[in-house]
Design a protein around this ligand. Structure first.
Ligand SMILES: [Zn+2]
Length: 318
């Protein structure tokens, strides 16, 4: 079998090798570094790319990426796996919510990035060109942020290219989380990958700064299920999980700066006209009565008392 090197930046893993290290590049005239796991299997097979920490405080996803990276060995592997556990490095150290502190942008709104853009756009461009584009399958691990409770779900994009769309939904089903959300997700990792022809999903588990074992394991089990399904690991193809595809993902946002008093729990079934919560000012005056415009199941709910104008409050899937 011809040997094929697995390369990210200056890090190279030859066939049958595992290499870990820090890859450095320049972003907005500042040095930037990413920790990378390269696992190049002894046998041929697809390339799976896994990223975590695009949102820096979604800890169950980062913990899962670290654990898979630390444990996976080339001996058991057919194909290659590239793992970048914390893409938003500055945000991780600062425990930043939603954004990259280098420019205040949400990394998951700027993909596929720009070579001459802001810091986040340059990071997105580098990760897209050097990491994601190597993928036959791409999984971006997420969860609720520090201020978000959520029930697990998997998002994928409908590109209109039947082959990619079929492969993305198969990847989503294989991962094994029962709720699947077909999303626009423009500027996000998985949509940029899918538009580049790569089957891609974004998986959500954990939230509110918590990374319970079951939340981490949901991500890890999903990755293992995918690797079995596509022949990258020995063992039986996983049994299918019954799943529901939600065609719409409705986000509700705050019109005001104030204090957020949700009136529902995450996972609640909500209906048109239902009061979902109130935004009040310091003196108790109601600034916004958040009323449900449709019906569905609440997939994430912001749990922060502090709320700013334009902040997400919750989203429900239909
Ligand atoms: Zn996220």
């Amino acid at each position: 079998m011809p040997s094929k090197d697995l390369v990210v930046g200056n890090l190279v893993a030859r066939t049958g090798e595992k290499k870990t290290g820090v890859v450095e590049f320049t972003v907005a005239d500042q040095p930037y570094s990413l920790e990378v796991f390269l696992i190049n299997g002894q046998k041929d097979g697809p390339t799976l790319v896994i990223t975590g920490g695009i949102h820096a405080a979604e800890y169950a996803s980062v913990a899962a990426a670290l654990e898979v990276g630390q444990k996976l060995t080339p001996e058991e592997l057919c194909g290659s796996v590239i793992i970048v556990p914390v893409v938003n490095q500055r945000g991780f150290r600062l425990r930043s919510i939603y954004i990259n502190p280098m420019d205040g942008l949400n990394l998951n709104r700027v993909f596929p990035g720009k070579a001459d853009g802001t810091a986040s756009e340059q990071i997105a461009n580098w990760v897209m060109q050097n990491v994601i584009k190597q993928a036959n399958y791409y999984i971006d691990l997420h969860g609720g942020d520090l201020v978000e409770a959520l029930i697990p779900f998997t998002i994928f994009l409908k590109t209109g290219k039947p082959e990619v769309d079929r492969a993305s939904i198969e990847l989503a089903r294989t991962f094994g989380i029962p709720y699947l959300v077909r999303s626009e997700g423009m500027g996000s990792t998985f949509s940029a990958a899918a538009l580049a022809g790569i089957p891609a999903i974004l998986t959500e588990s954990g939230g509110q700064g918590i990374w319970r074992r079951d939340q981490v394991e949901l991500h890890i089990d999903g990755i293992h299920r995918v690797m079995h399904q596509y022949g990258m690991m020995p063992g039986a193809v996983p049994a299918p999980v019954e799943s529901t595809v939600l065609e719409n993902f409705i986000w509700m946002r705050s019109d005001e700066q104030g204090f957020w008093y949700p009136m529902i729990e995450v996972g609640a079934k909500v209906h048109k006209g239902q009061n979902l919560g109130l935004i009040k000012n310091t003196w108790g005056k109601v600034l916004q009565d958040v009323v449900c415009q449709g019906e569905g199941e609440v997939l994430f709910l912001v749990s922060s008392l502090a709320i700013n104008k334009g902040d997400p409050l919750l989203a429900y899937g239909v």
